[in-house]
Write a protein that binds this ligand. Structure first.
Ligand code: ADP
Ligand code: MG
Length: 711
């Protein structure tokens, strides 16, 4: 009995089906089955008037009388229809507000005997437009009974469960699933223990767990369903926040950080010879970082700043603080190209300091590599810039005090924890994660565990806005003319193609076709075109990239590998091919590649003619604003799970069952705020009224292995 019971003992399940349910839906116990929620509901709770029926409505229910019946067949009309030759039956129905055609292709004889003109029925189906009128094909037909005659109050909303081919083949249809769920509710619900304390539920207007579980499966009405969904989502997000914040509390109590009290000479001599004044935002962020590093606790900070906001500068100054206190620093980039670029960029800032730096990537030569390894081990190299190559076991630091991770969403959780273990100072290195993907604050704090968040919300002076234009294939000749004009002025052009795992082969084909066309329309030697993509050897990639960066090529045709870095101030045009296939944040990142110089810049979004509603919205937003945070908030509201999935999986300590970080932003904020309030009052959750919370956090799923040591 109870929610721990194996589902095979539920009526209608048995050993075979239980095995299938376990495999297909991951439910082994009644309690787990109760947490397989419907993903949508069919509303049979009221009748829709025919005059109100719209094609965009989901399933609807109409109570109407049969007006007339028309039979269509391949044989000429006879007095007694031969039902084996009748192909289609039209039943015209009316409810006083209008008329509607319902159409049947099967079971015609049976229907014809019952749906007599003048009789009244309940028709349940999906309205659609046919010949510019609304009809329903194969609606369910039920008689009007005393029970359902006045359905408007208290009918049923039926849940639709996730299903698979295998489940369907084994006879587990929607109806069967509903019946199994009914049994699960009956057997298991009463033993489901509340997880939220009474006082919180009261304060926040949250319904009890048992109520929520019952109504998520069998809602009494739309409001009950709404409240139940809210409760279940809130619960998930609340415990996620609570575990993150608790972890943070424990760490600040138990884990010491490296004490870095000084700013140091290296910092000062770099600062004094900067070619420009820092922006207010850069100064503020550096102060925040400095306070962390001298606090005696480990810094775990996320630095967000739009492309071009000057994060590199902040990284350099942060590294120099570590140096000034006698420690080494590393800067990790997700790609070789980026690591090289960082390395090159920081040289000019390091020159006045005399600090030795080095680069280590997958393509470093053996001799070079050995030298770097030695320099890191004896401490003569102060700042090392590199890729994943830094994580190899052979890389040993004398005293790593700071790790700066650029664009960290590309690093897996495990890789980050490796870095942590490289510290031999007895305390973990300070960690600064930099990202150019603007993420709303609460979401950032969730995805990045318990990081503190700093934001550079100001661009260096003198940057010109980028004009964004949407164009379709017909405009290509004009686009090419425009490119010629820009190139004639000495500017350079990016052309970017999407590259997505699932369609990789096709994507490479379109990139290659596109590159060929460009070289045709922009022939050598008048024009020079470089091509860069992930399949090239590193040397080839570097050669082509360098050619563009140094201005030896006018056009760079590339996959989105250029997304995350590459500073070419002379490039003034960014053409994004198949722009509808990119997410908003990616489009924004790509656009950030231009507008870095003093010239007016352009971003051209090329798309097909037909766009989905979402793609259209994305393109319109891109044309309307350049503000990364605005775009991120919008993205939060509209993007499906796809875009966020990678981040969600690599970043999140627990899996979310019903809540979505992308779509439930408001509930996420409420949950965060609630968790903060609870812990402010009772950081160890030892008050009696918080006992339920303490018990819940002990559960396995919240035992975030090593999580505190990762970010
Ligand atoms: P991000 O890494 O945030 O995309 P970068 O650090 O690459 O941005 O900076 C973009 C450009 O702006 C670089 O050429 C950099 O030298 C310049 N820059 C950075 N900070 C300032 C500043 N305070 N004033 C003027 N230019 C700046
Ligand atoms: Mg950068």
């Amino acid at each position: 009995m109870g929610s721990d019971m194996d589902i095979q003992y539920l009526p209608g399940v048995g050993p075979k089906r239980s095995e299938l349910l376990r495999k297909e839906l991951g439910a082994e116990t009644v309690g787990e089955l109760l947490r397989v929620y419907p993903f949508r509901y069919i509303d049979k709770s009221g009748y829709v008037r025919i005059a109100d029926a719209r094609p965009d409505m989901a399933y609807i229910q109409i109570r109407a009388r049969v007006l007339r019946v028309e039979l269509y067949g391949s044989s000429p009309a006879e007095t007694a229809p031969k039902f084996n030759t009748i192909k289609r039956m039209s039943v015209w129905i009316g409810d006083g507000t209008g008329e509607m055609e319902t159409v049947f292709f099967k079971g015609i004889k049976w229907m014809n005997e019952r749906l007599k003109p003048g009789s009244e029925w309940i028709f349940f189906g999906k309205p659609q437009v046919f010949n510019s009128r609304i009809n329903m094909v194969h609606p369910e037909v039920d008689p009007v009974t005393a029970d359902n005659a006045d359905k408007a109050q208290g009918g049923t909303m039926t849940g639709v469960y996730p299903s698979t081919e295998k489940l369907k083949n084994a006879g587990v249809t929607g109806k069967v699933m509903s019946r199994i769920m009914e049994a699960a509710v009956e057997k298991g619900l009463s033993s489901e223990r509340e997880t939220l304390p009474e006082y919180l539920m009261k304060e926040r207007g949250i319904v009890p767990l048992q109520y929520a579980l019952r109504n998520i499966h069998f809602p009494t009405d739309a409001l009950a369903l709404e409240k139940s969904r809210y409760r279940l989502k809130f619960e998930e997000l609340f415990f996620l926040q609570l575990s993150l914040l608790k972890q943070k509390y424990v760490r600040s109590r138990d884990v010491n950080g490296i004490h870095m009290p000084r700013v140091g000479d290296a910092f000062n001599s770099c600062y004094e010879s900067l070619p420009f004044p820092l922006t207010g935002a850069q100064k503020r962020v550096i102060t925040e970082i400095r306070n962390d590093m001298k606090s005696g606790q480990q810094m775990n900070r996320l630095l967000q700043g739009d492309v071009g906001s000057g994060k590199t500068m902040v990284a350099v100054l942060t590294a120099l603080i570590a140096i000034g206190n006698g420690y080494q620093a590393c800067i990790m980039a997700p790609t070789e190209v980026l690591a090289q670029q960082h390395f090159k960029n920081i040289q000019k800032f390091l020159a006045p300091t005399g600090v030795r730096s080095a680069l280590l990537t997958g393509s470093s030569k053996t001799a070079e590599r050995r030298e770097v390894h030695a320099g890191l081990e004896d401490g003569s190299i102060g700042i090392i810039v590199g890729t994943h190559a830094l994580l190899e076991d052979v890389v040993v630091f004398r005293n790593l005090g700071l790790a700066i991770i650029d664009e960290q969403h590309r690093f897996g959780v495990e890789q980050r924890s490796k870095l942590w273990r490289k510290s031999s100072c007895g305390a973990p290195p300070h960690v600064l994660v930099m990202t150019a993907t603007p993420i709303p604050r609460t979401l950032a704090m969730t995805l990045y565990g318990d990081l503190d968040v700093s934001v550079i919300d100001e661009l260096p002076p003198g940057r010109k806005p980028v004009q964004t234009i949407h164009a379709t294939e017909g405009k290509r000749p004009q686009l090419y003319n425009f490119m010629r004009q820009e190139i004639a002025k000495g500017r350079q052009v990016f052309i970017v193609y999407p590259l997505i795992n699932e369609t990789e082969k096709l994507d490479y084909q379109s990139l290659e076709a596109g590159a060929e066309e460009i070289m045709n329309k922009f022939p050598f030697p008048e024009y020079k075109t470089a091509v860069v993509h992930g399949k090239q050897l590193n040397d080839v990639k570097k050669f082509n990239m360098d050619a563009f960066a140094a201005g030896r090529a006018d056009i760079l045709v590339a996959t989105s590998v250029i997304e995350v870095g590459v500073d070419v101030p002379n490039a003034s045009v960014m053409v994004i091919e198949s722009a509808e296939r990119f997410g908003l944040s990616q489009l924004h990142q790509l656009r950030g590649r231009v507008g870095r110089g003093s010239e007016k810049s352009y971003c051209v979004l090329m798309t097909g003619h037909k766009l989905s509603k979402e793609s259209k919205h994305r393109i319109e937003l891109m044309c309307a604003t350049e503000n990364g945070f605005e775009l991120a908030e919008e993205d939060m509201k509209m993007r499906g799970p796809g875009d966020l999935e990678g981040t969600q999986q690599s970043g999140l300590p627990i899996t979310l069952n019903i809540a979505s970080l992308a779509k439930d932003g408001l509930i996420l904020n409420a949950a965060r705020e609630c968790a903060e309030a609870v812990l402010r009052e009772d950081p160890t959750l030892s008050l009696l009224k918080n006992q339920l919370l303490r018990n819940e956090l002990i559960k396995d799923k919240y035992q975030i292995k090593d999580y505190s040591k990762i970010s």
